[in-house]
Write a protein that binds this ligand. Structure first.
Ligand code: HEM
Length: 492
């Protein structure tokens, strides 16, 4: 199995597997990133495995990730072919797109709308949505996952379409949610793998068990609608002069001034809904991880609240202006990204050409998993990696270390283009929630704490499995509401 490259270097070491299936059966599908860490312990920071019919490389350390994805980024920025992507209608967006000119055009659109400077202009809107999140949590604390999703999705809809969704039954939100379901189904590694080996499953009549035909067709319909309908909406608003600035309207205007290039129009239509797909779950899931950590590690919560009381006081809510004065809260945000990165394997990259790294042969077209979870749980960098210890990001003098968890947002040329916006959304939500609520374990009928064993879903974007928790306002409910309303009056 040790194939030799053109230049006779051996492949990196790795697990042996069965014909056809390769090492697939030895992967723990509930947390593949942890299997890859075990392989790393046995074989090293760069592991080669044949999985199904694919050459797969697993990168388990920050150094190798940097050497390959950053220093040799030109060769490690492609995406692998996934057999489910086109049938499910997911092939038009940057996330799954091959490295090339169309992808570069999409990245330019994202950069213009989401770079660090433009992201500053989104802050008032993010602050307003964070305050709305507090009101929602106050009203229905048990529905916190839904409120976090409403928070993240309403921010991204505002950024990309200038759309402020209705609190319930918003047609664009409903369409977007269907689109997200499609993405999750189409991006499931199991679906992609099955279709890769058995492409006829897409052609089987829908009544035959195992057919993917209906699911793929439905998914494609939703993704087509989610491209066409918001575009029509924004164009109509622009025509009637009622549009608000957004990624889409700004890009359309810029394109009009340059002669309405059809390929740019296509890219605008395709790139905007993909930003929704990339932003909504990741942001909401990161906030779920934060709440889970607050419940399990009350000491970290206590210290952060003590810092907020000391710096901001108890008579107002924190705002972006307070960020630099709240190092412990900053450290707590970083620890939330590290403790469970919501994209534990980033998104798979692939090689454009063959390569040789430290005497090992890397095939052309190999799928490369950059294991953020392994980097985040490397004991040498983060002692006691399964504990939630924000203070690991603070120096003795109380200032922050240089480590701002860049790998949580991916690698090299594929790094998340929404990271500035995401960082601000997560920060203002975390600091607002800490200032207003206490998070603790739910009690049973006898008043005893209900224990939680933290578990996370195995999808490409991974969130905590549903867990019970008590979310209680730190002041009385009426005082909290009054403070939020006063804050909204003051800012808007
Ligand atoms: C906490 C929130 C977020 C996290 C943790 C996150 C993380 C990631 C990661 C790990 C990747 C894969 C990078 C790689 O392949 O190496 C990615 C890609 C991407 N993200 Fe984010 N993201 C977040 C929020 C956002 C937001 C708010 C947006 C848009 C407004 C966004 C847009 C994208 C896009 C378009 C890609 C695909 C880039 C490409 O393939 O070239 N993300 N993100």
């Amino acid at each position: 199995r040790r194939r030799k490259g053109a230049n006779k270097f051996p492949l990196p070491p790795g697990p042996k597997g069965l014909p056809l299936l390769g090492a697939a059966l030895s992967i723990d599908v509930s947390k593949p990133w942890a299997t890859y860490v075990e392989w790393g312990a046995a074989f090293g920071d760069l592991v080669y495995a044949r999985i199904l019919n694919m050459d797969v490389l697993i990168v388990n350390s920050a150094k190798v990730a940097h050497d390959l994805a950053e220093l040799r980024s030109i060769n490690y920025s492609n995406r692998p072919y996934l057999a489910s992507v086109a049938p499910y209608g997911l092939d038009t967006g940057a996330i799954f797109m091959s490295y090339g000119d169309t992808w570069r055009l999409h990245r330019r659109l994202y950069h213009r709308a989401l770079n660090s400077e433009v992201s500053l202009t989104h802050r008032p809107m993010q602050l307003r949505k964070a305050r709305q999140l507090l009101l929602n949590l106050l009203d229905e604390p048990k529905r916190f996952p839904a409120h976090l999703y409403t928070y993240s999705s309403s921010i991204i809809l505002s950024i990309i379409y200038g759309h402020d969704p209705a609190p319930t039954n918003d047609p664009l939100v409903e369409l977007a949610e269907k689109g997200m379901e499609a993405i999750v189904k189409g991006a499931r590694p199991g679906t992609a793998a099955l279709l890769q080996i058995f492409p006829f499953l897409l052609k089987l009549p829908t009544w035959i068990p195992g057919s993917f035909k209906a699911e793929a067709a439905e998914s494609k319909q939703y993704t087509d609608d989610f491209r066409a309908i918001p575009y029509k909406m924004v164009k109509e608003k622009m025509a009637s002069g009622t549009d608000t600035p957004s990624m889409m309207s700004d890009a359309i205007k810029r394109n009009e001034s340059k002669g309405d290039l059809p390929e740019v129009t296509d890219a605008i239509i395709d790139a905007c809904p993909v930003a929704y797909g990339a932003a909504s779950d990741t942001t909401a899931f990161t906030l779920q991880v934060f709440i889970l950590a607050m419940v399990l590690f009350p000491e970290a919560q206590r210290k952060a609240q003590e810092e907020i009381n000391r710096v901001v006081g108890c008579n107002r809510l924190p705002s972006f202006d307070d960020r630099a004065s709240l190092p412990f809260v900053e450290a707590l945000l970083r620890e939330s990204l590290r403790w469970h990165p919501v994209a534990p394997l980033a998104l798979p990259h692939s090689t454009t050409n063959e390569d040789v790294y430290e005497g090992m042969y890397i095939p052309k077209g190999a799928t490369v998993f950059l294991n953020s979870w392994a980097i985040a749980h490397d004991e040498k960098t983060y002692p006691e990696p399964f504990q939630f210890l924000p203070q690991r990001f603070l120096k003795e003098d109380g200032t922050l270390t240089e480590d701002n968890i860049p790998y949580a947002f991916g690698f090299g040329r594929r790094v998340c283009p929404g990271k500035h916006s995401a960082d601000a959304s997560v920060w203002i939500a975390i600091v607002s929630m800490l200032a207003s609520f206490s998070f603790s374990k739910e009690k049973d009928e006898q008043g005893n704490d209900i224990d939680i064993e933290p578990k996370f879903t195995p999808e490409v974007t991974s969130r905590p499995e549903p867990f019970l928790c008590r979310i209680v306002a730190r002041r009385s409910a009426s005082d909290t509401k009054e403070m939020v309303m006063q804050d909204l009056d003051q800012h808007f």
